[in-house]
Design a protein around this ligand. Sequence first.
Ligand code: ZN
Length: 245
Amino acid sequence: MRIAVISDIHANLAAFEAVIADFGEVDEVWCLGDVIGYGPDPNECVERLRRLPRFVCLPGNHDYAALGLIDVRDFNPVARTAAIWTREQLTDENASYLERLPQTLVRDDFFLVHASPRQPIWEYVLEESQAAENLAFFDTPYCLLGHSHIPLVFRERPNQSRNPMGRFMGKPGIEVSLGDERMIINPGSVGQPRDRDARAAYGLIDLEERTFEFRRVEYDIAATQRKMADAGLPKPLAERLAVGW
Ligand code: ZN
């Protein structure tokens, strides 16, 4: 069984379509939230997701901001402008779909969440210490999360009580073997990567081989930037796509 793990599409349809084409036929797609926010195609991305044959999805902070479930005053000014624009665009049907999503899910050996097991919508898991603290908040061997837009692996280090979790970057092509150590894995962001690689990021799980592979895909960044300009979305949000930050 092959599973595509996607996160943080952020209303970037060109990136999303490139990722869908790249993973091809999979048994399931697991989407870790922030389908919308920042980018120019919020409705199109929600509808494209919902046309996938077999998938699950969780909500992220930008989805909640567009729904009015969290306060956009907590966002920086450009994110806030985009969140308000997104809220105006979103159809009632797509809004009620996003509103119904569960904040956490367990699939097979994996706990799925947008931000962190202990704070499903808000915490950025970037440090080993945070990863270690979060181990107590899920029961499965592995956790998949998004939110930071950085492809990362935190792997348990048995017998190291001072630093129980090691960390490494999920560079493209790296295949992590799903072994006995517990892990927290972030596949990176489809629609707004922040690791200085502008290509769309996602992960592929092979349940028979017991592997998680980090993948990157080129997409038409200029097309997304043009749509953002036409929509009047803040310029820095379009510019950052070209540098992957
Ligand atoms: Zn995000």
